[in-house]
Design a protein around this ligand. Structure first.
Ligand code: APR
Length: 243
């Protein structure tokens, strides 16, 4: 078991939907999860957007509006505290909510995109669009070109996650890799654990249920992230401060 994280340790964190569950955002694969009520191929693929943009748009507008009703929880806050104690830190999130940045995380990659943003498929413009007008049923038009319909800035199934090169380099180089609240079903995110492990990092998992790749962790803490992460972080940091 790791007892401390030193300031010079290079730490990479991977988070998934579980870290935002205690803020009131549904996870994907639970019995009451998002993918129980919506078919992925209807709302989260490029072909769904081509076939039925209205359905896709309504699905994401609902999720975008929900951001106004939720707040970061103690697990998001604990990662901010950890970042402040380290020289080299990277938080990679699969989540498309904005709770890490609202909590105050700085070195952050949203590998699956961001609900706050919309993107123009014609000119490539990406904008933050969270005003009242942007959250209605109507499509939002591009202000840069003539496209009448911006798409959610979300990485759909069959699309490439964002900034994979930066992520791969950080993971291959890290001393400590910590995965929190992710079921380990979706690649390439799910493969980062085995890369970290084979490159010699100490790998820690924190999850409500053991994820499918649990055997690769050097240590695994089972429970709710909001309940156990703050204690773990203070323990890791306090031990160094006491030296
Ligand atoms: N604390 C810690 N873990 C939790 C909590 C909690 N409070 N609540 C749930 N979990 C765990 C669940 O046990 C589960 O293993 O979080 C995990 C959530 O798994 P998924 O719903 O599969 O979410 P995630 O791993 O983030 O999904 C990956 O799949 O659909 C795509 O693009 C979507 O980014 C998403 C990706």
């Amino acid at each position: 078991m790791i007892s401390k994280i030193k300031r010079i340790d290079r730490v990479v964190i991977l988070t998934g939907a579980g870290i935002s569950a205690e803020s009131g955002i549904q996870t994907f694969r639970a019995s009451d999860g998002l993918w129980e009520n919506h078919r992925i191929e209807d709302v989260a693929t490029p072909s769904a957007w081509e076939r039925d943009p209205r359905l896709v748009w309504e699905f994401y507008q609902g999720r975008r509006r929900q951001l106004l009703e939720v707040d970061p929880n103690p697990a998001h806050d604990a990662l901010v505290e950890l970042e402040q104690h380290l020289d080299e830190f990277l938080l990679v999130t699969q989540n498309v909510d904005d709770l890490h940045s609202r909590a105050g995380s700085r070195e952050l990659i949203h590998m699956h995109g961001e609900l706050r943003k919309l993107r123009c498929e014609e000119c490539g413009d990406v904008i933050v669009a969270m005003g009242e007008e942007d959250l209605k049923e109507e499509y939002v038009a591009c202000t840069n070109c003539r496209n009448e319909r911006l798409r959610p800035h979300i990485v759909w199934f069959h699309e490439m996650p964002l900034r994979m090169r930066d992520i791969d380099i950080a993971v291959a180089d890290c001393d400590i890799f910590i995965a929190i609240g992710t079921s380990g079903h979706v690649y390439p995110a799910a493969g980062l654990l085995s890369v970290a492990s084979s490159c010699g990092a100490h790998c820690i998992g924190i999850n409500l249920d053991p994820p499918q790749n649990v055997g690769l962790f050097d240590e695994f803490h089972q429970g709710k992230a909001g309940e156990i992460l703050p204690g773990l972080v203070s323990q890791w940091i306090a031990t160094e401060d006491d030296e």
